[in-house]
Unconditional design. Structure first.
Length: 151
């Protein structure tokens, strides 16, 4: 994707040296980790490629490796400092999935027991009227498996 200079100037993540916009915690050759400006939880961090791309599927093999390296670094730091019980790691791939900044970023969100009433199903709760049992049965049928998928 050819990116215009105007887009880069307007892109929050392309302005990574602006400390008022980006509080960087880690960096490597192709990516950086920044604290989310509107965190869903304490410690919510985003891993961002330095190259302006929109899609996870456009990462080079090196960018993918560097993204994973930073996810691990962030997880290690957050585990040491905040002691979460788990993590939600996610990407909003496209506007239909909820992306609001058109520059790829991976969310690393610390989670604790009790931070939501019922975390069962995790990411499946993003869609209205989600019924995991119905989906499991439909998936099993589509795959030709007898009965619902095992848990």
């Amino acid at each position: 994707m050819d990116v215009s200079e105007d887009l880069l100037v307007d892109c929050l993540f392309c302005r990574r040296d602006d400390e008022q916009l980006n509080r960087i915690s880690h960096e490597n050759a192709t990516c950086f980790a920044r604290l989310d400006n509107f965190p869903a939880a304490e410690g919510h961090t985003e891993i961002v490629p330095k190259r302006h791309i929109e899609s996870f599927f456009d990462l080079t093999p090196q960018e993918l490796q560097d993204t994973y390296e930073l996810i691990l670094m962030v997880r290690n730091d957050l585990t040491g400092k905040l002691r979460p019980d788990g993590y939600t790691i996610g990407i909003n791939e496209g506007r239909a999935a909820g992306r609001s900044v058109d520059h790829l970023h991976v969310h690393v969100i610390p989670r604790w027991f009790g931070d939501v009433e019922d975390p069962a199903g995790g990411i499946r709760q993003i869609l209205p009227n989600c019924d995991p049992q119905t989906w499991a049965a439909a998936t099993a049928e589509a795959l030709g498996w007898p009965g619902p998928l095992p848990r």
